[in-house]
Design a protein around this ligand. Structure first.
Ligand code: PLP
Length: 360
């Protein structure tokens, strides 16, 4: 068995310990004679799995009691619609456009009401986070929406926008559980788990209780009403059971690693190895304004598309997978999520140095 260093943006690398544990439990989960894939979501065994996953997540993030945790399906992209359907009471919301995922959420919101562009970094191909300290926020906005870590462009908000009292809604898909967060600053935060936490097919929505309501936009499907799932502890219908089980294992792993402060320390240390190299390299360059850099997704270029392609191909041969940049950006991108060991980043940098020597 040979595991590669997998720099995929998502679905992405998971902790080896978690995969091994899941493999060992595949045929017989804790003596019940079946796998977690095969058991009823109403069984006592599964009930314990989902409750423990939620408890560990609450513990990791310090989620206050007045927030609900929902395990949903449909992709983060479906939540782009659930947000306006559930929260657009005045049919007007503000969006900060910092990349493709923010733009898609903004466009989706326009189907349901007025989506106001509050700020954007489109003028410089989303290579920075706009100043959000004094935005012009209309009085009648239902919420302010951000994509907190921009997976494709490699930027992250290091300071949350001043929403002037409006509810903050954040897509945290690619920075979820990478560092501590103050949940009380958000009305809703949500993540597709396939970036940093688990297998594709699970979305985790953390929502303040007072925002759960039966008064949603007319035509909202039952399945897209957050209250449906909150009232039923995410068991209104069959949830993505196996995915939730893996997420639970990752939560347990994160706790054993020392929790989110320790993850932040590790992630900073890891990202620094790559960013320091990019800042000193004569061949490779980071594409993001320094103060807005993401700890999770690191895009870089050589400035020559052919050389970029050669680098990606040679890196692949050397066991570094999925380094090709997003199709809309080009160049390279190394996603270095929680489960990427520091040795993986060090090995990548050593390979980049060698490549630079050979191609300068
Ligand atoms: C990947 C990603 C999405 C889309 O996720 P799907 O589950 O494929 O719909 C949305 N937002 C962010 C920040 C992402 O990284």
């Amino acid at each position: 068995m040979a595991r590669v260093y997998n720099f995929s943006a998502g679905p992405a690398v998971l902790p080896e310990e978690v995969l091994k544990e899941a493999a060992a439990e595949m045929l017989d989960y804790e003596g019940c004679g079946m796998s977690v894939m095969e058991m009823s979501h109403r069984s006592k065994v599964f009930d314990k799995i989902i409750k423990k996953a939620e408890a560990d997540l609450r513990d990791l993030m310090g989620i206050p009691d007045n927030y609900k945790v929902l395990f949903l399906q449909g992709g983060a992209s479906l939540i782009f619609a659930s947000i306006p359907m559930n929260l657009m009471k005045n049919k007007k919301a503000g969006y900060i456009l910092t990349g493709q995922w923010a733009k898609k959420a903004y466009q989706e919101a326009k189907i349901y009401g007025e989506a106001v562009e509050l700020a954007s970094s489109a003028d410089q191909t989303f290579s920075y986070i706009p100043d959000c300290s004094d935005l012009d926020i209309p009085e009648d906005l239902d919420y302010v929406y951000i994509c907190e870590n921009n997976t494709i462009y490699g930027t992250k908000y290091h300071t949350l926008p001043d929403t002037k009292g409006k509810i903050l809604v954040a897509d945290v898909s690619s920075c979820f559980l990478s560092e501590p967060v103050d949940v009380t600053k958000y009305g809703v935060l949500y993540a597709g788990v396939q970036k940093n936490v688990g297998p594709a097919g699970v979305q985790i929505v953390i929502i303040r209780e007072d925002l759960l309501s039966d008064e949603v936009l007319p035509g909202t499907p039952t399945m897209m009403k957050f209250k449906t799932h909150a009232d039923n502890d995410s068991l209104y219908n069959t949830p993505p059971c196996y995915g939730i089980y893996i997420c639970g294992k990752v939560f347990k792993w994160l706790k054993a690693m020392g929790g989110l402060s320790e993850m932040k320390r590790r992630n900073e240390e890891k990202a620094k190895v790559l960013y320091d190299f990019l800042d000193s390299s004569a061949l490779f360059k980071g594409t993001v304004r320094k103060e807005d850099r993401s700890l999770m997704n690191v895009p870089f270029v050589t400035g020559d598309a052919e050389l970029d392609a050669l680098f990606v191909a040679e890196a692949k041969k050397a066991g570094f997978e999925n380094l090709k940049g997003h199709r809309t950006v080009g160049g390279m991108r190394a996603s270095i999520y929680n489960a990427m060991p520091k040795e993986g980043v060090e090995a990548l940098v050593a390979f980049m140095k060698k490549f630079e020597e050979e191609h300068k």
